[in-house]
Design a protein around this ligand. Structure first.
Ligand code: NAD
Ligand code: MG
Length: 396
């Protein structure tokens, strides 16, 4: 019987993972080791009562008493706090879903690798902030990382066993987000509710807003670079409003292999769950006749400044990814809290990167997780200062 853990079980990726676990036999087929959630105790307790993990962990420690009460008599161990989440990742499991959102997913994912597990990586922030460290940790322990981000799963599948040296370019697609067709001058008035609606995918609020600003695609370009080791100048982004083609690989002989599918994350999650086998999955089938046409366009740099910032981050390397992601998270929090405008986010992030590059040290290779976490904290502080926000409790 395979054992598995789900980090971020109460989120969009976590719920889809649980749906697949249930459809593939649930507790009869899998031994569930750990389920973790951020603050939604009610949902985490429900999941734990159904799946009976060894342990259920709530990241928000203040909610631990509620979780204990909700799971009293169930036989499921309970724990709370960021340290407990990371400790749960050290419990051996054959397959672990890294489905926490933000830099908070880094440490648990890293710890999970220490026992040579297969890590299904939805948490793109891990690769953006600490790609080389994470990949090295996997190699050291003989662990496997499988990409779950749809474009990266698509690339992984399109690449098959091909020699990466024969790849000329890789392209990941982007829907263009909620504001693709808005006049540019209207963007500064975009509300949080408007930015939280995705044209094609159903996802968590943060990644949905990041799709509207293309910070999501910016993170994903860096993710491609870190995971596949492809040079930045070979990585391209295409706006593709239908979200049916997820990625393309162009080889040096002129051949191009594309990956297509309906926009349902259960394909990428289920692929990672069953790899190297392919299982029957409950996702909508691609119907090109119904789609009629597939359209593509180059992203407009004025509409999506985040893509330019990502290029700079890859050029700098070192700790720039950690700074970029942390500043982006704080700017996103500020937008969600109505403290800044949608169009201010890129400026905040760019300002933080400029300040840090003036201070020096941004390009230093990350030699340890501590260096990454230090840079994360510094960039968060600078982002808050830039927006004149009070210092907040740390959220990494
Ligand atoms: P979500 O907001 O729906 O869920 C996030 C999960 O993380 C929840 O369980 C939440 O409680 C937990 N969490 C939040 N803050 C935490 C913290 N500080 N400590 C511990 N746990 C915390 O997000 P999502 O859309 O499921 O995305 C999860 C990750 O997967 C992100 O990195 C996202 O970029 C990536 N991803 C998501 C999708 C998607 O379709 N949703 C697609 C591709 C990649
Ligand atoms: Mg994606």
């Amino acid at each position: 019987m395979r054992s598995l853990s789900i980090f971020g079980a109460t989120g969009s990726i976590g719920e889809s993972t649980i749906d697949l676990v249930a459809r593939q036999g649930g507790r009869e087929a899998f031994r569930i080791v750990a389920l973790t959630g951020g603050s939604n105790v009610g949902r985490l307790a429900e999941q734990a009562r159904t799946l009976r993990p060894e342990v259920a962990v709530i990241a928000d420690e203040a909610r631990l008493p509620d979780l204990r009460e909700a799971l009293a008599g169930s036989g499921v161990e309970t724990a709370g706090g960021a340290v407990a989440v990371a400790e749960a990742a050290e419990r051996p499991a054959d397959w672990i879903m890294s489905g926490i959102v933000g830099a908070a997913g880094l440490v648990p994912g890293f710890r999970a690798l220490s026992h040579g597990t297969t890590l299904a990586l939805a948490n793109k922030e891990s690769l953006v902030t600490a790609g080389p460290l994470l990949m090295a940790e996997a190699r050291r322990h003989g662990a496997t990382i499988l990409p779950v981000d749809s474009e990266h799963s698509a690339l992984f599948q399109a690449l098959g066993g091909e020699d990466i040296a024969t790849v000329e370019t890789v392209t990941i697609t982007a829907s263009g987000g909620a504001f693709r067709d808005w006049p540019l001058e209207r963007l500064s008035r975009a509300t949080v509710a408007e930015a939280s609606t995705h044209p094609n995918w159903v996802m968590g609020q943060r990644i949905t807003i990041d799709s509207a600003s293309m910070f999501n695609k910016a993170l994903e370009v860096i993710e491609v670079h870190e995971f596949f080791g492809i040079a930045p100048e070979r990585i391209e982004v295409l706006v593709h409003p239908e979200s049916l083609v997820h990625a393309l690989v162009a080889f040096r002989d002129g051949g191009v292999i594309a990956h297509l599918g309906a926009p349902d994350m259960r394909h990428a999650i289920g692929y990672a769950m069953n790899w190297p086998e392919r299982a029957h999955l409950p996702v909508a089938r691609l119907n090109l006749a119904a789609a009629g046409r597939l359209t593509f366009a180059a992203p407009d740099p004025a509409r999506y400044p985040a893509l330019r910032l990502a290029r700079g981050v890859m050029e700098t390397g070192g700790l720039a990814g950690a700074a970029f992601n942390a500043a982006k998270e704080v700017a996103l929090d500020a937008f969600i809290a109505d403290a800044i405008r949608f169009t201010d986010m890129a400026g905040v992030v760019e300002g933080v990167l400029d300040r840090l590059s003036g201070l020096g040290g941004l390009e230093k290779p990350a030699e340890s997780l501590d260096m990454v976490l230090d840079m994360d904290r510094t960039a968060r502080r600078l982002a808050r200062e830039a927006m004149r926000l009070p210092a907040a409790a740390e959220r990494t």
